[in-house]
Design a protein around this ligand. Structure first.
Ligand SMILES: Cc1ncc(C[n+]2csc(CCOP(=O)(O)OP(=O)(O)O)c2C)c(N)n1
Ligand SMILES: [Mg+2]
Length: 331
């Protein structure tokens, strides 16, 4: 049976942990809102898929991770990168295709990676992440590091053979792997209710002999709690978990998407469910944090994003010589 978790009382985070969670979610939102504006000016090359609305997932999961752990991401990867600690200035420069970017301007939005942070990369291949995580989780298990691998993937990716094979492999090898299905209701313009067999993606966990949990993706505390249990179990040799996080994305599938296939769900979610508003309400009404503390973070994050854009615009583009570097890596 798949368990559904939502709206648990405020979790076990101390003040520093709550402030860190809010800073991460606010940074993701501000980053994405700004990229949305900047993309419309025409200065950003390539395709961009924004993560706004989904911040509680990356943040609630990655807050449990450390240097031993790795994550695999998707084409909608900025939030995962920020939550795993990739430098925001380098990310912005990467999105602008600049030499100072995380991948020296050669990857762009869909390929931001920082192996030094355990961020294996955003990924243009739908369903590309889960098999990668089986590899890192197997390495962690064999080397006895206590590390885990986390694969974030979408509802569309949940139907890919690669994802289902990875779930099977993780289970038969009892890997310290966490599969986070980010069900935002659509794969491009195709509704998950139309394309995903079974009521819930998490229900599929039973077929692979692992726990499956559904969580309200707008509720940071619920995601944090569910992810914490799954990650602890994996670290202690208890094997993989499939977590389904349900929410909606605030922008189109990609920047430029006319979204003719959608109703008023974004306006409703922003008004009634938004993870940042819900977090603020929860922590200020319980007295855990003050509104002033959160406002201060908002200001600091806004300044960081301004600086990142200015620095990216002023940074050099890659040169012809750069074409021949970073092609092969020696291990
Ligand atoms: C293997 C593969 N097939 C198709 C595509 C084209 N494509 C890019 S994003 C996408 C939809 C993905 O939907 P989902 O997994 O739900 O992620 P979301 O965009 O909702 O975050 C598709 C079909 C691709 N990039 N890779
Ligand atoms: Mg989707």
């Amino acid at each position: 049976m798949t368990e559904t978790v939502s709206a648990k009382p405020a979790g076990d985070l101390d003040e520093a942990g709550l402030l860190a969670a809010y800073r991460t979610m606010r940074t993701i939102r501000a980053f994405e809102d700004r990229v949305h504006q900047e993309f419309a000016k025409g200065d950003i090359p390539g395709f961009v898929h924004l993560y706004a609305g989904e911040e509680a997932s990356a943040t609630g999961v990655c807050q449990h991770l450390d240097d031993r752990d790795s994550i695999a991401s998707t084409h909608r990867g900025h939030g995962h990168c920020i939550a795993k600690g990739v430098d925001v200035r380098e990310m912005m420069a990467e999105i602008y295709g600049r030499r100072t970017g995380s991948c020296r301007g050669k990857g762009g939005s869909m390929h931001i990676a920082d192996l030094s942070k355990g961020m294996l990369g955003a990924n243009g291949i739908v369903g590309g992440g889960p098999p990668l995580i089986c590899g890192t989780a197997l390495a962690a298990k064999q080397q006895g590091t206590g590390g885990v691998g986390v694969a974030f993937f979408g509802d569309g990716a949940s139907n890919q053979g690669t994802t289902l094979e990875a779930l099977n492999l993780a289970s038969v090898w009892n890997l310290p792997a966490i599969f986070v299905a980010e069900n935002n209701g659509y794969a491009e313009a195709t509704a998950a209710t139309w394309s995903v067999a079974a009521d819930n993606i998490a229900d599929r966990a039973a077929g692979f002999g692992m726990p499956g949990v559904i969580v309200d993706g707008f509720d940071f505390f619920a995601v944090h709690e569910v992810a914490g249990e799954a990650i602890e179990r994996a670290r202690n040799g208890g094997g993989p978990t499939l977590i389904e996080v349900k929410f909606t994305r605030y922008y189109g599938h990609f920047e430029g998407d006319q979204q003719a296939y959608r109703g008023d769900e974004v306006a409703r979610a922003l008004e009634q469910q938004d993870c940042l508003k819900a977090f603020r309400d929860r922590v200020t009404s319980s007295g855990a944090l003050t509104g002033d503390q959160l406002d201060e973070i908002d200001r600091e994050v806004a300044a960081l994003i301004d600086e990142s854009v200015e620095a990216a615009l002023a940074a050099p583009l890659p040169t012809r010589e750069d074409l021949e570097t970073d092609v092969y890596i020696s291990y």
